[in-house]
Design a protein. Structure first.
Lengths: 427, 194
């Protein structure tokens, strides 16, 4: 009987007895998260304060845009983690059992996204639209808005927000409660229930994620529309969630945990999926651009004009940094198996994920300032943008760190755990 | 080619030695012994994939590198050729549709470039797989052993070719028997075209 099972008592012994599953190896018990959480909280607080300063010094539009970038980036990571958890349940994935707990720890931070998004909504509604200009009076006489007003109006907008978060938080709660219960009781049928829930959960996830992306990102420019928008957001979500997962598991390995539990074989698979989502993002991103380029409809092309012409550096950085370089670097097998290389690529993936969100949101602040007769500042106040993003990421990291430090680092009684411990890539 | 050509008493050329094993486990253990003895021209045969066999045979990743190179070249040829084809056609004979730029714009060329890249990669994978495996071929000397036909059913084999520099009828037989073979036989190659 393994030590972990012995410590947990009762009915665990029948599931797994493996020398690698010692209490020291698969829990962080005895280590206090206080230092790390405190550090992240401090970073978050400084960032938020600087954002508030920026709102006074530079302009509300810019501060709000910076904060919006952070919130949307973090929301994508949460949603991506929920997606991976459901996907693994859905396909009864064996290889991912030992890394799945870290996805769960990230998706559990979804409540923070709700808290973070509320100030945006309150501010936007209260001031009749800072970035969401369709909330303002000027839009009321715009025929394009009038056409969309049945969907794009404040009450329905807020109702949708409530629906999305209710569904997401319900799904997350279900999976998490079952996981913890299985840790304690070893009830294998909970895995079956999780699988059943994933089946309809993925459909709900696909619809809500797409519509959330329409609401909170696409409607920043209410003239613009793209049917690929939801998929584009999802591609970034899956990509960044996998990157965060790699960083957490690598961090735990660096602390001497999960020895032989998360091995080079698991890392290889994480790397493959990170690589796959690099390509997927590029495929969707180019397809969206290509169709809009070809159709040449003014409402659509304005989106890319605002970014290609006004932010050529960012556009170039995305093409090279979100696709070309990661594609070429992560193509060889040894890179995906190397701990250092995959850590660097995952960290880079996170950076470029926020650049992607920045590229989507920030040009709209300039456009609205220009529309109101002001002079746009472009990239001149980068400190404010960094403060907004890092502030939100700091708070998010604090919550995730607290989640990681509580409870075991792997699902203790997952029926597929033995297979996962012997996982190997033959190709 | 080996320095020594072995012949049976009847004068037929020897293809190699075929050893039967009882189960995948003993096959894998036997393969490790043959690997450690330093043989190069040998193979294992089983009715189903035996997962740890690459390691037991010591061939992990060895065959894949040259194949990857060929596939990479095919991919670059496909994608580059796909792009160049469209570019040159549009330089030579521009057709302006909807007022779009012709060869000055890269956007419309990407789908064909992408698809040809994929297509050539697929061709490269298939053809290089066949080439590196020495396929297609109509016959193999191992089929001269009636016993060997069971390898698609319930038997596990190691075959060592006589063309291997370390091959020696007595020593190889002893090695295979020590490695746990239940039955070792010499396989002839009447056509002698090995």
């Amino acid at each position: 009987m393994s030590q972990a099972a012995a410590n947990k008592g009762q009915s665990l012994s029948q599931i797994v007895s493996d020398a690698r599953l010692t209490r020291e190896n698969i829990t962080l018990v005895g280590k206090s998260p206080a230092k790390l959480v405190g550090l992240f909280l401090a970073i978050g607080a400084i960032g938020i304060v600087l954002t508030l300063v920026g709102a006074q010094a530079i302009g509300l539009e810019y501060a709000l845009a910076a904060y919006h970038v952070g919130v949307m980036g973090v929301l994508a990571i949460c949603l991506g983690s929920l997606f991976w958890v459901m996907l693994f349940h859905m396909f009864s994935a064996t290889w991912s059992v030992t890394v799945r707990r870290q996805f769960e720890n990230v998706m559990r931070a979804m409540w923070l996204c709700l808290i973070l998004i509320l100030p945006i909504m309150i501010l936007e509604v209260a001031s009749n639209g800072v970035l969401f200009t369709w909330m303002g009076e000027a839009a009321k006489s715009d025929p394009i808005y009038q056409h969309k007003a049945g969907f794009l109006n404040v009450p329905f907008f807020l109702l949708r927000l409530a629906i999305y978060f209710t569904l997401w938080l319900t799904l997350i709660r279900k999976f998490w409660v079952w996981q913890r219960k299985q840790d304690e009781t070893g009830d294998r049928w909970l895995t079956n229930r999780a699988r059943f829930t994933s089946a309809w959960g993925l459909v709900v996830f696909g619809l809500t994620t797409a519509f959330a992306a329409f609401d909170w990102l696409m409607s920043l420019d209410y003239h613009f529309f793209s049917t690929m928008w939801g998929v584009y957001f999802f591609a970034g979500a899956g990509y960044s969630a996998m990157a965060v997962n790699i960083l957490i598991t690598r961090g735990l390995s660096a602390m001497g945990k999960m020895n032989g539990v998360v091995t080079v074989e698991h890392r290889h698979d994480q790397g493959k999926l990170l690589f796959a989502f690099t390509v997927f993002w590029a495929y969707i991103g180019f397809s969206q651009y290509f169709l809009i380029w070809y159709a040449n409809v003014p409402e659509e092309t304005s989106y890319f004009l605002a970014r290609k012409v006004n932010y050529p550096e960012l556009t170039f950085a995305l093409v090279v940094g979100h696709f070309c370089l990661p594609f070429l670097i992560m193509l060889p097998r040894p890179i995906k198996r190397s701990g250092l290389a995959i850590t660097i690529m995952a960290a880079w993936a996170l950076v470029i994920h926020f650049v992607d969100m920045y590229w989507i949101i920030r040009p709209m602040a300039d456009a609205h300032v220009l529309h109101d007769g002001g002079s746009p500042i472009g990239l001149k106040a980068l400190w404010l943008d960094l403060a907004g993003i890092i502030g939100v990421v700091g708070l998010f990291a604090a919550v995730v760190a607290r989640n990681v430090f509580t409870g075991p680092l792997i699902p203790l009684n997952d029926p597929r755990l033995p297979g996962c411990l012997h996982h190997k890539n033959y190709v | 080619m080996a320095s020594v050509q072995y012949q049976t008493e009847s004068g037929a050329k020897v293809f190699g030695m075929l050893a039967e094993f009882a189960n995948p486990h003993t096959l894998s253990e036997g393969a490790k012994k043959v690997r450690d003895a330093g043989y190069r021209k040998w193979d294992t045969h089983a009715p189903f994939p035996v997962h740890e066999m690459e390691e037991s045979m010591g061939i992990v990743g060895k065959a894949i590198a040259p194949m990857m190179f060929v596939i990479g070249c095919a991919a670059i040829c496909g994608a580059g050729g796909g792009y160049l084809m469209q570019y040159l056609i549009n330089v030579d004979y521009s057709i302006i549709v909807q007022g779009k730029p012709t060869y000055q714009a890269w956007e419309p060329f990407i789908p064909v470039t992408f698809e040809l890249g994929i297509l050539f990669t697929a061709f490269g994978s298939l053809l290089s797989m066949l080439a590196f495996n020495g396929l297609p071929r109509h016959h193999h000397p191992l089929f001269n052993s009636d016993n060997f036909l069971r390898c698609t059913d319930d038997a596990f084999f190691i075959s060592i070719e006589a063309a291997d520099g370390k091959f020696d009828p007595d020593q190889t037989r002893r090695l295979l028997e020590e490695a746990g073979a239940t039955n070792v036989e010499l396989v002839e190659d009447p056509e002698g075209n090995a």
